[in-house]
Design a protein around this ligand. Structure first.
Ligand SMILES: [Zn+2]
Ligand SMILES: [Zn+2]
Length: 159
């Protein structure tokens, strides 16, 4: 298969039984329908996206492409949960094309959102501040400081 963005040949990659086509030129990734969702949930699957995000950003501008699987025109789409993530989608076969770095970014944000969710769930009301009576030494130090501020040296009681 040829990459819809830079026309280089793609290489089949396999992650735990889920296959994707990774472009040997720009390292963009073509996912068949449902494979992106599946890989997004799989731990470590971001390893399939090893391209240079800088190159990916350059190819992100190329958004009028034909589906490398079925030839129909792909449409630019945005991830529902992550509006910053753009990719190309084929409405006919359900394939998706991600530029280099975009899938990793999506995975990363999915993970961050997951932890945010956990944090929100685990948040508890703040504990009341503990009160501890100052020790005799601390009391004395406070008195010394107060006396020095006022310009009076502490004096011992003379008998
Ligand atoms: Zn390419
Ligand atoms: Zn297609």
């Amino acid at each position: 298969m040829n990459c819809p963005k830079c026309a280089s040949l793609t290489v089949k990659l396999n992650f735990d039984g889920v296959g994707v086509d990774n472009c040997a030129g720009c390292h963009g990734i073509f996912f068949d329908e449902f494979d992106k969702e599946q890989l997004q949930k799989m731990k470590g699957a971001e390893a399939i996206d090893f391209g240079d995000p800088e190159v990916g950003r350059r190819f992100n501008g190329v958004d009028r492409i034909d589906c490398p699987r079925c030839g129909s025109r792909m449409i630019p789409m945005v991830d529902f949960d992550q509006p910053h993530s753009w990719f190309e989608h084929c409405t006919l076969c359900g394939g998706m094309f991600f530029d280099a770095g975009e899938f990793k970014d999506l995975k990363h944000h999915t993970l961050v959102d997951f932890f945010k969710y956990l944090l929100v769930k685990e948040r508890r009301p703040p504990r009341p501040r503990e009160f501890r009576a100052p020790s005799a030494k601390e009391k004395n130090q406070t008195m010394m400081k107060g006396a020095m501020k006022a310009g009076t040296a502490p004096c011992r009681l003379q008998v």
